[in-house]
Design a protein around this ligand. Structure first.
Ligand code: FMN
Length: 179
């Protein structure tokens, strides 16, 4: 699959087949994710791959518990059916660009996964201004104090095929020289 096709075809996948992803594929995806750009080339990523059912259940419970009321319809129970990447950032290498550093690697990971026939969906592992969710995830995964979870990316072989996404008109969003 070429890059344009991967970018255009990727959709959020929340249902997965009960099929293990070979370690070699997981390693390939992480090897690609760490090619992402990072502030001052700090390469601050730590990739925690979660496969244990009890840990996955706890991550789902935490996401549900800390979900804001207006998003309660979007439950995280589907995490239990995936392999989960928790993308973390070493604050001592992130130059105060914690979220940007994580999200760029997340995006590479998701496209690389899609190009190999795997589905993903992006989720946040922290809440701005409220440290509790990130703290609980850190405790669960035994992250050192200087390592912060930023993204949760469940991935697996898709068991759903969402339709092509309706996109906003390009001309609504593009500005040349001035807004
Ligand atoms: C910052 C961010 C947070 C998200 N959080 C959640 C989430 O908590 N639960 C969920 O099911 N999907 C979550 N998503 C996935 C979006 O709902 C999804 O990407 C969006 O609807 C666009 O669909 P697409 O990924 O198929 O293009 C999140 C996406 C982003 C970028």
């Amino acid at each position: 699959m070429d890059l344009d096709e991967a970018i255009q075809g990727r959709r959020a996948i929340r249902k997965y087949q009960d099929r293990e992803i070979p370690d070699a594929i997981v390693s390939q995806l992480l090897a690609l994710a760490r090619c992402a750009p990072s502030s001052m080339n700090g390469q601050p990523w730590h990739f925690v791959v979660v496969r244990e059912p009890a840990t996955k259940r706890t991550l789902a419970e935490l996401k549900n518990r800390y979900c804001p009321p207006e998003k309660k319809a979007y439950r995280a129970d589907f995490l239990e059916g995936a392999t989960i990447l928790v993308l973390c950032i070493d604050l001592s290498r992130s130059n105060e660009r914690t979220v940007e550093n994580a999200v760029l690697a997340a995006s590479v990971f998701m496209l690389a996964a899609h190009s190999r026939g795997l589905g993903t969906v992006y989720m946040s592992a922290y809440q701005a201004g409220k440290p509790e969710l990130a703290k609980e995830i850190g405790d669960l995964l035994e992250l050192p104090k200087n390592v912060q979870p930023v993204s949760i990316i469940p991935f697996g072989y898709p068991a759903e095929q969402p339709a092509k996404k309706d996109l906003r008109e390009l001309k609504e969003t593009i500005h040349f020289e001035r807004y």
